[in-house]
Ligand binder design. Structure first.
Ligand SMILES: Nc1nc2c(c(=O)[nH]1)N[C@H]1C(S)=C(S)[C@@H](COP(=O)(O)O)O[C@H]1N2
Ligand SMILES: [Mo]
Length: 321
């Protein structure tokens, strides 16, 4: 599923080019990270982060490049959603320290020729890690630009050899009351389940993610392994995955079970299709300033239309929201 390399380059607005100050803080920070890298996971992840970003732009795949300013690490780790730890944006940072991320295994089940289970260390070594700078657009109307570390989920999918019956991939995440206070609430059905069509899961942009900003994922960002699907609303990017199931039928996902009118299976970022309770035409970029800072227009497929638009050719995106 390779795409022409030169498609989809978005020319940056001058104000979007990362300021030089940023490189300095990042360089110092990476230096101390390297010194601190204590065990395998840290090293595997840190090695993938470029020691010095060559320019304002860091490439992803297939020409998906963003030169927008990165969201500061402090915001990435302290303002987010991880309902297993509570529904406030500050809850994950406050409570996720109780999550035990080792030992960790990911079971591969369903329509594959090679079912089984991968220990975290095997997953870390499965394919070379890359840094990918992606926009993340939460369905709630805020967005970030985040340098993730991981490799394309397709690497894993290919190795387990889906059968001809595999049409969808289901991601099942950890739900453990002992470690996760939010799981006592009935706000969602647990475990948190997400899903993709097989071709979406195989798209090179879909990232099996182990790190962020050159370090292993902080618990609140979905340690030790999550997916990131940058052209879909953030809730599709399931955190702390323990099982991956290959199935024939479209899986029921936690958010579409909770509110089917509001959260569809596809949930592609789409400024033309509003949420029933609010507009999706624009977004607040975290780090741009306070609540009154100017909003940015939301882009079709979160700006990844050149890469992923063809996956949805002929589909009515108003119906299949
Ligand atoms: N297991 C699980 N995964 C989850 C969520 C969650 O509550 N539980 N929240 C989602 C939402 S709404 C968003 S916006 C992203 C946020 O990812 P980040 O915290 O790394 O920015 O995670 C998604 N993955
Ligand atoms: Mo979200």
């Amino acid at each position: 599923m390779l795409l022409p390399k030169d498609r989809g380059f978005v020319h940056p607005h001058p104000s979007e080019i990362t300021a030089p100050e940023f490189f300095f803080s990042r360089r110092a920070w990476l230096g101390s990270m390297a010194a601190l890298a204590a065990f395998g996971a840290d090293r595997a992840v840190a090695a993938a982060a470029p020691a010095l970003p060559p320019t304002g732009a860091r490439s992803t795949v297939a020409g998906a490049v963003t030169m927008e300013k990165l969201t500061p690490l402090g915001d990435v780790t302290s303002y987010n959603n991880y309902y297993e730890f509570g529904t406030d944006k500050s809850d994950p940072a406050q409570y996720a320290h109780t999550l035990k991320t080792r030992p960790w295994t990911v079971a591969i089940e369903g329509e594959v020729k090679k079912p089984g289970s991968f220990g975290l260390d095997d997953l870390l070594k499965l394919a070379p890690m890359e840094e990918r700078v992606y926009r993340l657009r939460c369905v709630e109307g805020w967005s970030m630009v985040i340098p993730w570390i991981g490799y394309s989920l397709a690497e894993l999918v290919r190795r387990v050899e889906p059968t001809g019956n595999a049409k969808y991939v289901e991601f099942i995440t950890l739900a453990d009351r002992a470690q996760m206070p939010g799981v006592r609430s009935s706000v969602l059905q647990w475990p948190y389940v997400e899903g993709l069509r097989l071709d979406e899961a195989m798209h090179p942009l879909t990232l099996l993610t182990f790190g962020v900003y050159g370090q292993v994922l902080p618990n609140q960002n979905g340690a030790p392994v999550r997916i990131v699907v940058p052209w879909k609303y953030g809730f599709k990017s399931a955190k702390s995955i323990v099982r991956i199931r290959f199935v024939e039928k479209q899986p029921a996902t936690s958010w579409s079970l909770a509110a089917p009118q509001e959260y569809g299976f596809y949930s592609n970022v789409n400024p033309l299709v509003d949420h029933p309770r609010w507009s999706q035409a624009s977004e607040r970029r975290i780090g741009d300033g306070d609540l009154f800072a100017k909003k940015r227009p939301t882009l079709m497929f979160n700006g990844y239309e050149p890469q992923v638009g063809s996956l949805y050719a002929g589909m009515d995106l108003r119906k299949l929201y």
